[in-house]
Ligand binder design. Sequence first.
Ligand SMILES: Cc1ncc(COP(=O)(O)O)c(C=O)c1O
Length: 389
Amino acid sequence: MNDFRASFAASQIQISKSALKHNLDFIKSKIGKNSRLSSVVKGNAYGHDISVFVPLAEQFGVDHFSVFSADEAWQVKKCVSDKSDVMIMGSIPDEALGWAVENDVEITVFELERLQILLETAHKIGKKARFHLELETGMNRTGVEKKQLPLVSDILKKYPGDWQLEGLSTHYAGAESIGNYLRVKRQIKRYRSAVEEVRELGLNPKKLHTACSAAAFSYPETILDMARIGIAQYGYWPSRETYMHHYLKKPGESDPLKRVLSWTSKVMSIKEVAAGEFIGYGTSYLAGIPTRVATVPVGYSHGFSRNLSNLGRVIVGGQRTSVVGVINMNMMLIDVTEVPYVQRGDEVVIIGDQEGQTISVSSFSELSQNLNYETLVRLPSDIPRVVVE
Ligand SMILES: Cc1ncc(COP(=O)(O)O)c(C=O)c1O
């Protein structure tokens, strides 16, 4: 059914199995065998599609998945095996806590109120709540303050037998930029001191975990019992700085991360436009010479930003070609005057490679002034994902 839909679709996203395996092997070599890899699959697996990505990652040995919200956990639960654990790092409405406890979903607790409601829920259900306590170390987003830890312990004492402390976590406020070096270092120190305090209160967390991709690569001391890795497993460095940090240790070595995702469409139709005519809506593009224009059935409703009007690039016939005119809701126009052999039905690469030419997510993101992260998560979930070797 899926293949049928994919072959009908105006564009397709390919997910490369070999690239994913390669990235996971590289990440495992970086975090070491004593640290468990938690695959961060929030934002629909950074646009790769949870239902496609999670089973593939499991095939390559991943057995822990982190999501932002309860509805994402529910999506992961639908496609994951019983051997893997699922952790919610952020939003979970009180009404969803019972579902999470019943289904063994690990919950991040970052405030006393949530802890109290979670334990009441677990007590009513008669099943242990598996939770991670997030510590505030300087990001000032979510997390329990060190001075609140005795209160945490008091609440836990009221519900003996209703909980299992799976881990102690924190998140760094920008480990991908050297500009945040001192702040990150201060966070590491505060985390260690809060962990000591938790232990002094008689609590025994199963796992300590703080590292995201950038922290794991640039601050190896942040790799503890578990590392929560998102962007790197999809084949992207969190920032150029993180890549340079890695590269300078092994200059000349080719990039160890391989992009898992590519996005392609096909030429829908071709038209010759006379010199002096405007192309597309309005008057933003005037053909200065006789121009061969191809229509590609991808527009802003598919995540190709309208900001890329007269600016975007795609690859067709092995050449990078320019978007001309305004991006429409469902279509864009590209100038194929210099590639006269391009025909209706030819492959158009929006992100990815063709005959030695590449359009990377970062170049795409730079033009549309987005972060890699943002470009990926904005890829609509209804574009079919197709697994390729
Ligand atoms: C709490 C937390 N941990 C881990 C990650 C993974 O980060 P990255 O994709 O940079 O590896 C994120 C992502 O923002 C996060 O919010």
